[in-house]
Design a binder for this molecule. Sequence first.
Ligand code: TXE
Length: 483
Amino acid sequence: MPDDMTLPKPLNLIAGQWLPAASGDELDVRSPLDGEVFATIAAAQPGDVDAAVKAAREAFDTGGWGALTAAERGRLMLKLSLRILEEAEPLAQLESRDTGKPMKQAHADIAACARYFEFYGGAADKVHGEVIPFMAGYNVQVVREPYGVVACIIPWNYPSQMFARALAPALAVGNSTVLKPAEDACLTCLRLAELAGEVGFPDGAINVVTGRGDVAGRALSEHPGVDFIAFTGSPEVGQMIQIAAAKNYIPCTLELGGKSPQIVFDDADIDAALPFLVGGIIANAGQTCSAGSRVLIQEGVYDKVVAGLKERFEGLEASHLSQEAALGPVISAKQKKRVEAYIDGADAPLIARGTVRDGAPEGGYYVAPALFGPVDPHSKIGQEEVFGPVLCAMTFKDEADAIRIANDTEYGLMASVWSRDGARQQRVAKKLRGGQVYINGFGAGGGIELPFGGVRKSGHGREKGFAALLELSQIKTIINKHD
Ligand code: TXE
């Protein structure tokens, strides 16, 4: 870790001003790499949140943000995208220290963050309405409008990507925003908001309140001045968000995680599949909503696939020492305890365990990856989201069995189908529950252009792609009787 790392201002951003919590409350930030406190952040209270929402409202109603044309908003977003790329190295270092990600992953996240602003910056002036033929003497326009103030409450697993995934489409269609990043990792979000100010975003377009979820997050989600909530996080908090949104009669999108299956049929190219089966759960130490945490394997190839997985798992090392490390620590002592409780209490045979590399700091939150199998699909570890580097191998007999097991959890977010049979690929993909299905690949939520989201306990609404622009805007029908 570089000693000369520049930390962003540990303050809230409200109407273009960097402010401490009015109460003066702060929280310590620990690095998962070594467990040491390396920064503090403001612990926003309801009064700070209120000020942030009012600032966003003013920016939208009468301030500089609402006055911009779509093309001007897009141009600012494109400028921010370039600025993020210029700052990629320090941003990646900050992201790595804050989340524990290996640098390679942190760099990929910063590149994706820039890409979000590029994609949505380019799309800002391409969202338009339509004209509907109606009775003689009428002109009917359907226009697409922003909601107003969008509250974005995001988690710690991909702070810079989540910043962009939530904010970029909301801003592109003209909403102003209040971001509440996660208390476990929010420093890149503060720096990104600072960069937005540097490239010319008007005050109040992006406001940031840091602090505890049950204080700042709750105050934001319940605030009557918020018009839309975009939430990513746990199902438990997602449910509270939906209730808070209902009380204010506003819409929300929820992205809540999953237990995503990768299905390997006996005609699959197993050598091609193996890196994706491992990568789907190891990326970001398994702390990905769309992690491929279940591998469903057809009986005839179970031994062969498991042998390949075992070999790879035994070679995995959790580390912060190498730029190329496949996985780093998990986010916090709490998360490490949670993941280890799943591993220690697993009601399935352990097939393989990776290692924590020698030299990893004692205080870091490293977890050696674990492969279990055959896992009973109805067992606790086969059903619940672990959010760590834990893979469950399961068997199935035939196509119908595979679809039944794949869909038999409370979640439905991502899936993949590994088979050489084109008709089967289509049949299975169409029957799987969830918002994204890969065929002969797995990209853990990848692709900014591609709509993404879940069903049931994985949430609802679609992020990414053009779909997010439609989600974060509403239509108004203007009926003009002209003679
Ligand atoms: O999430 P929380 P946690 C899952 C994953 C993980 C578990 C717990 O299984 O192990 O959730 O993680 C804010 N009102 N996912 O506890 O608490 C909080 O400050 C309003 C999957 O970290 O849901 C943070 O900004 N906001 C997921 C955000 O909600 C509240 C990613 C998410 O935190 C709040 C993260 C409240 N009462 C965890 N309480 C994914 N889908 O990728 C907390 N928050």
